[in-house]
Design a binder for this molecule. Structure first.
Ligand SMILES: NC(=O)c1ccc[n+]([C@@H]2O[C@H](COP(=O)([O-])OP(=O)(O)OC[C@H]3O[C@@H](n4cnc5c(N)ncnc54)[C@H](O)[C@@H]3O)[C@@H](O)[C@H]2O)c1
Length: 268
């Protein structure tokens, strides 16, 4: 897949799946536009990419801030004269609490970043893609948006289910202009350090992660950021030009019924 001359905005690209995606776009010829609330992290990733003679630029933006998003999109378009790809990837989890203990601020912030942030970016970018009559928008949801999540409270699955609805709405709106909008629902992806998971106090330990993978993931491995990034690049490529409004699970089969699940639950 060659993205020479293309401009790809990736939100939440200072680390994790977003960072890997930005690198992959840059290695395949695109200018990677690294957008993150963590400006220092975004600048660092852009500098590392440029040090390899590849193209990248960084913006410090809170995607929930509409004015900041609009200004970033204007500057990107003003500089490069086109925007080919938007990956709505930035997120916060809000941690776990039972619904009765979930703070209003937690709910508001998670919806504001994960869902309204994706709306803000999509709206601003669509204004540039529509006259171009081309573009790809890829929304990063989660299996939690389909099945819920025992470790992420109510706000995270709600925001991620919203991402699927946003995808469907945008896809129908924008397809007549030659713009493809699709969605990916990752399973458990190795973007965290074990200490970070423990910090989130969601009950995850290394042993529990191993057991989860054994029982829940038929492929029997944790996903890597590259597993998601490759799917993002496929959806951003001409090879996916007839795919519209689709939701793709990239989860090692985690949503399937499996022998391991049955053995674990029922003993056979
Ligand atoms: N890692 C997984 O196991 C997993 C599973 C399912 C879905 N996902 C989804 O994949 C995406 C990436 O996950 P990850 O694990 O790479 O995350 P991560 O925590 O490693 O990175 C998220 C990035 O988003 C940035 N961010 C947070 N708030 C922001 C804001 N307001 N504006 C701009 N940037 C902001 C953070 O600074 C960070 O750099 C998310 O949408 C997540 O829901 C991840």
């Amino acid at each position: 897949m060659d993205f020479t001359g293309k401009v790809a905005i990736v939100t939440g690209a200072a680390r994790g799946i977003g960072e890997t995606t930005a690198w992959m776009f840059a290695r395949r010829g695109a200018t990677a536009v690294i957008v993150d609330i963590n400006g220092e992290g975004a600048e660092k990733v852009a500098a590392e990419i440029k040090a390899e003679d590849l193209k990248a630029t960084a913006f410090t933006v809170d995607v929930s801030n509409k004015d900041a998003v609009d200004a970033m999109v204007q500057r990107v378009f003003g500089t490069f004269g086109r925007i080919d790809v938007l990956v709505n990837n930035a997120y916060v989890s809000g941690g776990y609490a039972i619904v009765t203990e979930t703070a209003q601020e937690t709910w508001d912030r998670v919806i504001a970043v994960n869902l309204t942030g994706a709306f803000n970016c999509s709206k601003a970018v669509a204004e540039k893609m529509i006259p171009q009559k081309s573009g790809k928008i890829i929304n990063i949801s989660s299996g939690a948006g389909i099945n819920g999540s025992l470790s992420s409270g109510v706000q995270y699955p709600a925001s991620k289910a919203g991402m699927i609805g946003l995808t469907k709405g945008l896809a129908g709106d924008l397809a007549p202009f030659g713009i493809n909008v699709n969605c990916i629902t990752p399973g458990l992806i190795r973007t965290w350090e074990p200490e970070e998971m423990a910090e989130q106090a969601t009950g995850w330990t290394l042993e529990k992660v191993a057991r989860y993978v054994e029982v829940e993931v038929p492929l029997k491995r944790v996903g890597e950021p590259e597993d998601i990034a490759e799917t993002i690049l496929f959806l951003a490529s001409d090879a996916a030009s007839y795919i519209v409004g689709e939701v793709i699970n990239v989860d090692g089969g985690g949503m399937l019924d499996s022998v391991a699940k049955r053995e674990s639950l029922l003993g056979f």
